[in-house]
Ligand binder design. Sequence first.
Ligand code: BV8
Ligand code: ZN
Length: 293
Amino acid sequence: MCIVSRSIRKRTKTLGFVPKFLSQTQASDLAKFKQDLKSAKEVVVLSGAGISAESGIPTFRGNDGLWRKLSCPDLSKPSVFRDDPGLVWEFYHFRREMVLKTKPNAGHIAIAQYEARHKNDKKVTVVTQNFDGLHAKAGSSRVIELHGNLFKTRCTKCNEVLVNTDSPICPALAGQGSPTSNKLTSDIAEKDLPHCKKPDCNGLLRPHIVWFGETLEPAIVEQTDAVISKCNVCLVVGTSSLVFPAAAYPSVMAAGGTIVAEFNLEPTLISSTKFDYYFEGPSSVTLPEALNE
Ligand code: BV8
Ligand code: ZN
């Protein structure tokens, strides 16, 4: 797959040779990006669902982002959980079981290996909108999960957050959650859904995921602000840049002088205006190309 890249800043530097699949300009952009990356001390990778697509996890806004003809925003709202927690748990159970069968792809691994190679001379932080845990599984050690994690639960009564990879998370969800069923309500009684194990609590558990209309955890926002304020080069990978506040981060960084490179299958609303580089292609190909020295 050839990398089609377009540098917004005029680049004059050219390569002594042109790899057969890259034109002179494209190769010089990649070469120039590698130069910029080489001198960076703080690197941020801001990732979205696209980086996990080649691990088999559907993206949100591609036509595979539906469950029972309902889109994510239809299901991931506090009001839907209040009215039918069983339906929301069936939806998340389906995604937990799917993600448990997936593994990191070459894109996740390229980031983790890049971080390991530069552990003494650069700080590489992943700020991800994804909650599949694949960056950590690939070996990235600094991962900020903006929207939570599929394998964490939060008690709706005492707010305790726990890691939970049980499959299924409770007996009542075994075999439930089929994406093709046309049932739009759940028959699972609330008492059979996951509950807090604290004897004096026993509150209903919810997925520890940020739903639309909910604020991101303040500590996560603080951590992210600290990291992006010092970032020299940011790679924006596999996101449609439609969901805020994550979608705002690259433009904030670009405005502060950070060099921003977008890796996507197609340009997004903000790539052409704000970013220095745009590398087109599946991130399992474009990231190793860009990060492997
Ligand atoms: C909040 C969880 C305070 C559920 C998700 C301005 C400021 C602040 C908030 C807002 C604002 N304007 C509007 C809002 C409200 C809202 C929002 O942003 N709405 C959007 C839709 C307009 N934001 C919020 O509610 C946030 N809360 O800010 O609180 C507040 C509240 C209200 C009002 C004001 C302030 C909370 C955000 C919710 C986060 N939760 N989902 C669930 O999904 O289970 S968001 C959901 O979308 C996922 O988490 C996902 O991570 C995220 C972003 O999607 P992407 O990752 O970009 O995925 P997508 O499918 O869209 O794109 C994939 C891309 O990959 C594509 O570009 C594709 O081309 C590319 N691709 C595909 N394959 C590959 C590839 N690229 C490379 N290689 C490949 N192989
Ligand atoms: Zn509790």
